[in-house]
Design a binder for this molecule. Sequence first.
Ligand SMILES: [Zn+2]
Length: 450
Amino acid sequence: MSLEKAFELIEKRKDIAIKDLAEFIAIASVSAKEEFLVEAAEYSAKLLKENGFETKIHETAGGPVVTGLMDVGAKRTLMFYDHADVQPAEPFDLWDSPPFELSIREGRMYGRGTADNKDEIVCRIHAVRAWLDAGLELPCNIKFVIETEEESSSKNLTDYVEKDLDFFKNVDGCIWEFGGSNREGFQEFILGVKGILYVQLSVKQMTIDSHSASATHLPNAAERLMHAVNSLKDKQGRILIPEFYDDIEVITNEESEVINNYNFYPEEMKEHYGLEEFRFGMNNEEAKNAYFTKPTCNICGITAGYQGEGGKTVIPKEASVKIDFRLVKNQNPDKILKNLRKYLNDNGFTDVKVDWSNGYPPSKTYVNDDFVKLCQRANKRIYNHEAAVQSTSGGSGPMYLFGDHMPVVSLGCGHANTNAHAPNENIYVADFIDGMKMIITVIDEFKNWK
Ligand SMILES: [Zn+2]
């Protein structure tokens, strides 16, 4: 049977999907404020249930996690990972319409969560519904995992996954929460995320600040911290913590090819940031390569001494710096944290305190994985082109929780000016509809996956 009937149903019922999205957007589920997370979970569960899924709401120490299951006894299983929470909508006055009311203008739907990621939840559930109502037989079982704290670093997702590991077994492929088309209008697939280790280094040398007349003989915490930070990298940016690079997995030829083919927009980037060139004089190709394959050690902020208007002659008693390490495949944040501590000790910086604030490993699905190929075939059928592939995002996320068990492809119905996390977040209605057709086609491709 062809998919035409299902496509027709999608078109015919688009107003119902939009109404569901409007109701969902109206729930101001801002995880940073811990507001309306239960309501957003209950709404997700209701959508799943009324569209034929067996549904559970799992309590956690924070926002709940919702799971949906449609078990048709198929050999293969497709999973979706999404989140029902959103970023804060402030500053409200920069929105052209209220953020928690869906507003449709010139073919676009505006509202907080229209692109990240309530649209995908509604899109994916309605796609499955259209498939079933068209009288088609599902070639795969379908699972949903919808959490409510993604925008607050998925604080309780690990605990949930560890308790419900069986749910993650025997899944053949997972579609991750975000994605869409790039500025040239091509769909993009993202196959991984970097890991992260976020730490604060701090030094306290005196009980109170001092008049700088005594800088002849009193210790300066800012100076001490600068020396410690300087010891982390050489002048070419190579990170000097022992064993830092040892575990990094070598990039496959297929991945190199994908990186080569990816348009990185280097000139636009330089113009955007007012740069003559990239750091260390990297050329455009080197910069692109580094983005996809290299780990980082980045100073996010430094605090010490007097920074107000005018001058104040003072010796700061304490100083601190926040550093994030973005990690690539096979680097382990726990090991790096341990080696960082040891390295500081070995170099005489036993007085530099290291506080861990966040960390998880990277995750990556190989570009030649069967599930990636399956999604590419579906993409070609719907959008008439091969999706542009990013082998990893430069950002981080808890993808390893899933990626350790199954291949993961991030794709969706956003676009280059979707304004995720920003005012006037939006998606095109047409992309929302095409997104449903894409999901149906992915399901259809499972028929050919023996
Ligand atoms: Zn987000």
